[in-house]
Design a protein around this ligand. Structure first.
Ligand code: FAD
Length: 489
């Protein structure tokens, strides 16, 4: 531990961010690196509590508590406090293949279960992680590191999101020849198309993919496996297959008027926005410019839609949630070290307040119908207020609270319903009740011999950090399957 009294001596410093209004004029990352002088005191706040819940990575009540990668947080905090960034990097890379992603976009379950957070704001773990990896890139410490020997075994990883990339990276390090297949035109899964640029600039994804290519991993884009290549062909050419195909089937809102023109799912909308930044003539069809935009769904995906619509120049933005406004502090039903289910002021909400003067979120509102004009174009939505019946775990409509909201664009961001149907048909794998690929955690084997599954496709929609953890663990099982022993962590 760096400084025994650090958690008493120093206050938590919030991660620096660009000005909330100014940053909506571009698509660059909204976060700024923490100055190194502040990092020392922030790392010193780690009390080396002895039982580091920050790295426990357990699921408690459907939420992640602590880091699923079991990052060696107290150890690298100590190294940063001593100014030894090289040692901090070695510790960080032991458990995390892509700290440049998690250091930017992880909701940091580690901080929610940090022991300091029982009485004070948690240690700023995420900003320290971000600093370690970016310092390393700047110093030129991150270099291609191909394996010394090849095993002669070939593995196909299907899907290039964080789960597929982590799995490919580990298997390549073990000496297997890995090909990553991706049906989209760019590598990265939701890191590329889904998570907006202002949270994660796409150059960061490309930087990592470039390194992986230099290390010998082959990438094939625009290849929809199962449709463009059959399972029989893959089984002929590869010794094992890993399905890391995500859980992209969106939950719909089946209401009258749903066929109105102007209603879109969140991910295709966010994807178009990214394409329009990456390509001169691409992806402008779904722009929110000059529109009254309503986002249905109060979660993080909805927040990303708020920030995107803001940058496109929306006339107005509302984000509607059927749930009640979360409490500002933990309640007794959500004690430490559970993931804190408290009101978050996301980057998008700060920006909306700076531009429109108010928070775009409205709670306890249920949409009852979409309203369209005679041309079939959306003109608004009908809503009613609801109250929570906690005993029945239901929402009840409050009579007389019906309201019409004008809208030219509605974005649906109410979650996901597991993997797409073609995955089960094309790969002949069993599905769970939650419509994900059946494969037990820790084993990752599907019902089909030689086919493994990991990430959201197995787990259901989760976090980048969970996907990386699953990719790593699945790689270990694949290595064991191929070699009869494994040295992967
Ligand atoms: P994905 O990232 O979904 O990747 C799956 C890939 O498989 C896709 O590229 C897909 O095209 C490909 N694929 C599918 N089928 C085939 C096929 N047949 N052949 C070839 N390729 C195929 N998590 C965070 O931690 N922080 C965040 O800030 C955050 N923001 C998010 C924002 C949005 C809008 C969304 C939707 C999710 C967000 N998440 C975030 C969740 C996180 O992105 C996912 O949990 C994570 O990306 C899952 O990784 P994955 O590799 O399992 O799947």
């Amino acid at each position: 531990m760096g400084k025994a009294t650090g958690f008493i001596d120093y206050k938590r410093i919030k991660e620096p961010e660009r000005d909330a209004k100014k940053r909506t004029e571009d698509w660059l990352e909204y976060r700024l690196p923490m100055p190194e002088k502040d990092l020392t005191t922030q790392a010193a706040r780690c009390m080396d509590c002895g039982v580091p819940f920050c790295s426990v990575g357990m699921e408690i009540k459907n939420g992640v508590s602590g880091c699923p990668l079991h990052n060696l947080i107290p150890e690298w905090n100590d190294a940063v406090y001593r100014g030894d960034f090289f040692e901090a990097l070695q510790l960080l890379l032991k458990t995390n293949n892509f700290p440049e992603f998690t250091g930017r976009i992880c909701p940091a379950p580690c901080e929610g279960s940090c022991t300091v957070s029982i009485s004070e704001p948690a240690v700023g773990i995420k900003s320290i992680e971000y600093a370690i990896i970016e310092h390393a890139f700047k110093e030129g410490w991150i270099k291609p590191n191909p394996p010394e020997k090849r095993t002669g075994k070939r593995v196909a990883v299907i899907g290039s999101g964080p789960a597929g990339l982590a799995c490919a990276d580990q298997l390549n390090q073990a000496g297997h020849s890995v090909t990553v297949f991706e049906k989209s035109d760019r590598i990265g899964g939701l890191l590329m198309y889904g998570i907006p640029t202002m949270k994660l600039e796409k150059a960061q994804v490309n930087r990592r993919v470039h390194l992986m290519k230099q290390e010998g991993i082959e990438f094939k884009t625009n290849c929809d496996v199962g449709n463009d290549i059959s399972l029989t062909e893959l089984k002929r050419d590869f010794d094992a297959l890993v399905l890391a195909t995500g859980a992209s089937k969106p939950r719909d809102v089946g209401l009258p008027g749903r066929d109105a023109k102007g209603i879109y799912f969140a991910v295709p909308y966010l994807t178009e926005a990214t394409i329009s930044q990456l390509e001169e003539n691409g992806g402008s069809v779904l722009s929110a410019k000059d529109k009254n935009v309503i986002i249905i769904g109060g979660g993080d995906t909805g927040a990303d839609c708020v920030a995107t619509a803001l940058r496109q120049g929306a006339k107005s933005i509302r984000q509607l949630s059927i749930s009640s406004e979360p409490q500002k502090e933990r309640t007794t039903k959500n004690p430490w070290p559970e993931y804190p289910r408290v009101l978050k002021n996301d980057y998008a909400h700060e920006e909306a307040k700076a531009i429109y003067g108010k928070d775009p979120r409205e709670y306890l509102l249920s949409t009852t119908a979409f309203v369209k004009n005679e041309d079939g174009r959306l003109i608004g939505i009908e809503t009613v207020q609801v109250k929570e019946d906690l005993a029945k775990q239901q929402y009840q409509e409050v009579p007389g609270t019906e309201q019409f909201y004008e809208a030219d664009m509605v974005l649906i961001a109410v979650g996901f319903m597991g993997a797409t149907e073609d995955i089960f048909e094309n790969f002949n794998v069993n599905k769970t009740k939650r419509h994900t690929i059946e494969a037990a955690k820790g084993f990752y084997r599907t019902s089909e011999a030689g086919i493994f599954a990991c990430g959201d496709a197995r787990h259901g929609q989760s976090l980048v950090v969970t996907a990386i953890a699953e990719g790593r663990e699945a790689a270990r099982e694949v290595d064991f399957y191929l070699m009869g022993e494994t040295f992967l962590p």
